[in-house]
Design a protein around this ligand. Structure first.
Ligand code: MG
Length: 501
């Protein structure tokens, strides 16, 4: 990256302090979710809130804002333009939202999260209901403050993928949902449907599983001098800083694909973070990248590599060392176990085909709440009806139904679609990669991950936030975000597994 423009140079000089705060916050969050003693939560929460406020003050400092506005009118290269675009988005976000409203939103999120946790533990939606009612109002206000052309949902989606609109989401899902519903039906009727696989109960010893995860990441190309892996309640990735990217995984003592595929998923996020941090250290271009693009990277590694036949076959011996029960199973068995299509109650346990339906349900319900068409009091019933309609299963209680996800307690609406759109994009990216590198399965079979990483770095990662996400998608794939590649990939993979025509 080359920055020559003196105004942008001055912006970056000032930005170093904002970056330092974000670096500290990254580490505090990582620690909070890994090793911090439970009783440290309150003090940590306060410190993070103060750091957020400090960072916001620096972003809104009139001297800084003036520099960004001035740079906008100057003759800039692509990187300089990207820096100004990303900072302008941050500035406008804070300028549009009154401080009182930001504080109200933060408070509602904290209380909402606590209520949600209790409600989920007790499987009692009533505990959470008033908080969600409040949260829906806040989401409406948030959309009004941020502004939109056609639908309030546009304003919320835009936070997660700049330029994403409600009509884009509707277009993509109007093809995905009928596909996924029909496909699930065919799998259930195929005669090859597997309601439960023996390997889901096969136990492993945590140390052996950890060695397997480390071995896989080493073969993928992990540089353990710049990368680490720990354990947390829910797996996540934290790009702490240049030369320091961290993932977490989980171990349940059985069902080894959960640990392995979560590790591979987070690895996909981590590779993206480390390339961006290398290219764009001390600039805003390594932050603020679209959630759809980020998820496309984790899903690419998880689904297109981790669940592939070539991956299973090439690591089968290592799998056997970690999971003793595998002596009774062939690579074919493991491949099926990695790719079971099955209606699940929980989103996080869904396969990639039915996952689409879990997301469709959530985004439709959040739009209905936002529009005022669905009163929050009727949400549990609406949830259960849609579950029955889309997946043919009904949650036995709200903990395994409407209360399963944290998002509606403290995240903005508009987050959910990015998961499914990332999955869709990963298939599109795979097609583009195969046009350049040939069949991915062959590279995976040879454990040749260098070219894969290099291609992703050159085509996707090295732009960071330089361009708007849709521009990057078009540069990489030659087209707009579209479900066709995902549909044909899923028909091919799962059609073969389940013997469908
Ligand atoms: Mg992810």
């Amino acid at each position: 990256m080359e920055v020559k423009n003196p105004t942008v140079k001055e912006i970056l000089r000032k930005y170093r302090r904002i970056e330092a705060i974000s670096h500290a916050e990254n580490l505090l969050y990582w620690d909070m979710d890994t090793y911090m003693p439970k009783n440290g939560a309150e003090y940590r929460g306060d410190a993070l809130a103060e750091l957020d406020a400090l960072s916001q003050e620096l972003v809104l400092d009139p001297g800084f804002v003036n520099l960004v506005r001035r740079a906008e009118g100057e003759d800039l290269n692509d990187y300089e333009k990207g820096i100004v675009r990303v900072l302008k988005r941050d500035i406008e976000y804070y300028e549009k939202l009154p401080p009182d409203f930001l504080a109200e939103m933060a408070r509602a999120a904290t209380l909402g999260f606590q209520a949600w946790r209790e409600a989920k533990e007790k499987a009692d939606f009533k505990i959470f209901q008033p908080h969600l009612e409040r949260w829906v109002e806040i989401q409406r206000k948030l959309a009004e403050y941020l502004g939109y052309e056609e639908h309030p949902y546009d304003a919320l989606l835009d936070r997660y993928h700049e330029g994403l609109r409600y009509k884009n989401v509707k277009d993509v899902f109007s093809e995905l949902v009928p596909f996924a519903s029909k496909f699930l039906r065919k799998v259930l009727d195929s005669g090859a449907y597997v309601p439960r696989h023996g390997l889901e109960d096969a136990e492993y010893c945590r140390e052996d599983m950890e060695s397997l995860n480390r071995k896989v990441l080493t073969v993928f190309g992990a540089d353990w001098e710049s990368f680490r892996m720990d354990v947390s309640t829910h797996p996540f990735t934290d790009g702490v800083g240049k030369g320091d990217v961290r993932i977490t995984t989980w171990y349940h003592g059985r069902d080894f694909r959960r640990s392995l595929l979560a590790t591979v998923h987070e690895w996909g996020h981590a590779v993206y973070e480390s390339v961006m941090l290398d290219e764009f250290a001390y600039t805003p271009l390594h932050t603020g990248v679209s959630f759809v693009l980020h998820e496309s990277q984790s899903r690419f590694w998880e689904n297109h590599i981790g669940r592939s036949r070539a991956f299973v076959e090439s690591f089968y011996e290592e799998f056997r060392r970690a999971v003793p029960a595998l002596f009774n199973y062939t690579p074919d068995d493991v491949y099926l176990y990695f790719n079971l299509v099955r209606p699940e109650l929980l989103r996080v346990e869904a396969d990639e085909v039915t996952y689409i339906l879990h997301i469709a349900l959530r985004y439709e319900l959040e739009v209905a709440m936002l529009d005022g068409e669905l009163p929050v009091s009727e949400l549990p019933q609406a949830w259960n009806e849609k579950m029955e309609d889309y997946l043919g299963v009904v949650p036995p209680d709200d903990a395994r139904g409407v209360l399963q996800d944290v998002h509606w307690s403290s995240h903005s609406f508009g987050y959910f679609p990015t998961y499914a759109l990332g999955t869709v994009l990963s298939a599109q990216i795979r097609s583009a990669m195969e046009r350049d590198l040939g069949p991915l399965e062959e590279l995976v079979r040879e454990r040749s991950y260098g070219p894969v990483r290099k291609w992703l770095a050159e085509k996707v990662h090295r732009f960071g936030s330089t361009f708007q996400p849709d521009v990057i998608i078009r540069r990489v794939t030659g087209e707009n975000l579209s479900p066709e590649h995902f549909i044909s990939y899923a028909e091919e993979r799962y059609g073969k597994i389940y013997g469908l025509k």
